[in-house]
Design a protein around this ligand. Sequence first.
Ligand code: DMJ
Length: 653
Amino acid sequence: MVFRKLPGVSAPGLRLSQKFVFLLFLSGLVTLCFGALFFLPDSVRLKRIFLSRTETQPVTVGSENDLKRAKDPDTPRGMTSSSAKGETTSTKVRPFTRKSPSVTRGAGTEDRPVAAGGDGGAVASEEQTASRSRAESTSERSTASNQDPNKSDTFSYDTFRRCLLKAPLGKDMGRPSDPLTAERRDKVREMMKFSWDNYKRYAWGKNELRPLTRNGHVGNMFGGLRGASIIDSLDTLYIMGLKEEYNDAKEWVKNSLEMNTNGEASLFEVNIRYVGGLLSAFYLTGEEVLTCTGVCWVLTCTGECWVPTCTGVLGAHLARCAFCCSGTSWSWGWASAGSSILAEFGTLHLEFVHLTELSGNPIYTEKVMNIRKVLNKIEKPHGLYPNFLSPVSGNWVQHHVSVGGLGDSFYEYLIKSYLMSDRTDQDAKTMYYSALKAIEDNLVQKSAGGLTYMAEWRGGVLDHKMGHLACFSGGMVGLGADDGPPDKRQHFLDLAAEITHTCHESYDRSATKLGPEAFRFDSGAEAMATRLSDRYYILRPEVVESYMYMWRLTHDPKYRQWGWEAVEALEQHCRVESGFSGIRDVYTTTVGHDNMQQSFFLSETLKYLYLLFSDDDLLSLDDWVFNTEAHPLPVVRSGCLLDDAEQHKTTTS
Ligand code: DMJ
């Protein structure tokens, strides 16, 4: 360092203590200047020169600043979350880069059964997008640096709608011409309205309604999140044309869905209900407030904080994303040796792929593809997928295999991933049909009375039990029948029909005409529960779900008849004065109620029944796949989306 000579003072003449004070002053000055850099706006060049690119910096999300920052893709950033009430917490997270917001959306997307291919509406330009009001701009994209170059960098709702083959709500909202069927459909709609009205009256904002005590239930599955019944109902209310109720639900999401909660959540449950529910409501309505909430949620659930490009309403929700930065994860205490559950980590694919579609951020798809890769590679006993996997060793922990609880939706998501990819995801297809072969070779059984069922497998020993949950497999096998090897197609459809028949028998052989939680095929039992603890029915959907698919695939009237029997049984035994309740024993007509109206009753059971009595063009299976909570997600027609976006660019430039 060079010192200038001050007149009258010779440096060598300074005393040691004077030199020390001078040096102290100088170093203080340097520190002050450097510190001031942190207070400069991100866009100032000086700041970028001096501060390392990987440094995390607190920023406020959900404000004007957010849009400004989005214009500077090079700016590294971390996240400070701000809650709805304006508190600010600061959390250090991984930095990432983002592009300018680029969602386009046409006007007038509300309340429309729209003809596919026809609903244009002006597509906003990028400038228009940037200057949109904050409340409108909630589905901007977050883009990782390694964004897929083949993807269009804009999600356009209008383009998406043009790429559907049919109008989502069909002709006349799927109303059947046959008067008896229409009357039955109206009955299901009334059941939905009744369930909803009671939830609204007694449990508004809570997760479920307790219909006997007329209050709300929160539980601990959703980590402090609320409103599960609202999120699960959005799309059901919409397709049933319950407009006022849908609007109430939407307003609640917009104004009261509080993401800034503490607690431990089940990734599986939050994904299938909250993320799935919000995504499907967005795809059906185009209402952007619903998208970003979904995006934010998954950010939480991946255990990493990728700051979404959401502003406006979502600003209030970002605090929740900060919460995940603790990065803690856990397994269920009861799951053997801290293992992870097949149906839980295997039931993310559909939702995560759509998050990438909407956000342009490949991280979500990468995550689920990694899970897929591991499962594809790992050795499988007899080609079967056991229910428990150790996240530490990457090995199966026990050899318990089941198409019911713990395994079920993993298989469902394989075939649905293939269908949702517009039949391009060949890995999913191969894995599904090989898994199905292993299931047929090892688990599918015929009872003495001629009923086909799927047993459970414990290290090579069969447990001749089928859970209510496994009854979804009739619909799944039927849905995948047509894409199997040509010589197997009829066989798959027959298998689907046989399983669905067995599940119907489990209902038909009970006094209430509702099915037990699990039924057995041993010790003289045929499709009946033999243990007291298996006799309950909690408004589950799986059996009517299979009726719906089998109806769509075969148009055999027996499926509608069976569905109607279920409606009558629900009315007779589960309807109470203030809602619907599960029952404790399906084998007695002096029923004991469990005092719980499950949210899946609204999202699945009633939706599948409604679809069963509707024309096939209401949520056509050519365009939609249902996630495991019955939330419809659209087939991703990448070719069409890209072509259309290109064409649109040409015609508007
Ligand atoms: C729902 O939450 C989903 O269908 C899930 O896949 C399994 N269980 C319930 C309904 O029974």
